[in-house]
Design a protein around this ligand. Sequence first.
Ligand code: HEC
Length: 240
Amino acid sequence: MTRSLIGLLVLSNVLLFVSWRFVIVASDSQFGDLVTTTSSLDEDGNPTDIGDVYPQSIPGIARQGMQVYVSMGCISCHTQLVRLEGFGNDLARKWGKRPSVPRDYIRQSQPLLGRFRMGPDLANAGTRDELTQEALHLHLYSPQADSPDSICQPNPFLYEVREIEGDKTPGAIDLGNGNEILPRPRAMKLVAYLRSLRQDYDLPEMPMQVELPDDAGAPPTTPPPATTVSGKQENNESKK
Ligand code: HEC
């Protein structure tokens, strides 16, 4: 009886040790040594000693916005991870110009990969021309104003609504109905965070993919002359 108990104890310890080695030690040796690197690569894909260093740390206000993002549950619907080709259509949807890799997250104490993807991936929200500061505030105030069926949560409590008397207040956003919204500090931090989200730099293990995989149209940097903005969006839809 005692002998079989000791045997069981030894066996469970061995199993624990083996799984610890695989999960902790193996992951650490694979990812633990990743450091920042310059975004300029030579023809062999090795970093040169010129160029900015990436990933960069995010500015203070955006760092505070990250806490707002977590506390408001945005991670329950939004991911921040551009998947590899073959694991989804993230590149064709123009959610990024290259897949995300572990090095992208080394400066984040809490990588916010997300739990579910109910809304668009936000890994490159800060690089998207249409997501201006004003557009983001309008979206956060009322996502349904732009897309009536949106399930993205409205956050009116992040704004002060005022009637416009004379000129619009500096920093406020015109709602187009005689009222304006003035972002409260939490809204300003959250938008600074969203605008800081970008994975648009070369890394030795994953350079930018300027040519999109199924590129029937054109990469964002060189739009075809005759295509309108709405035409491009339709094009995107058909790639989903
Ligand atoms: C219940 C799920 C849900 C939650 C929670 C949620 N979102 Fe969304 N979000 C969506 C969906 C779905 C869309 C796409 C439809 C739309 O544009 O409204 C979206 C769109 C967006 C967009 C526009 C992205 C683009 O590519 O056009 C931004 C930015 C955004 N959400 C930010 C947030 C932030 C910040 C939070 C937390 C305060 C949040 N969302 C919480 C579901 C959600």
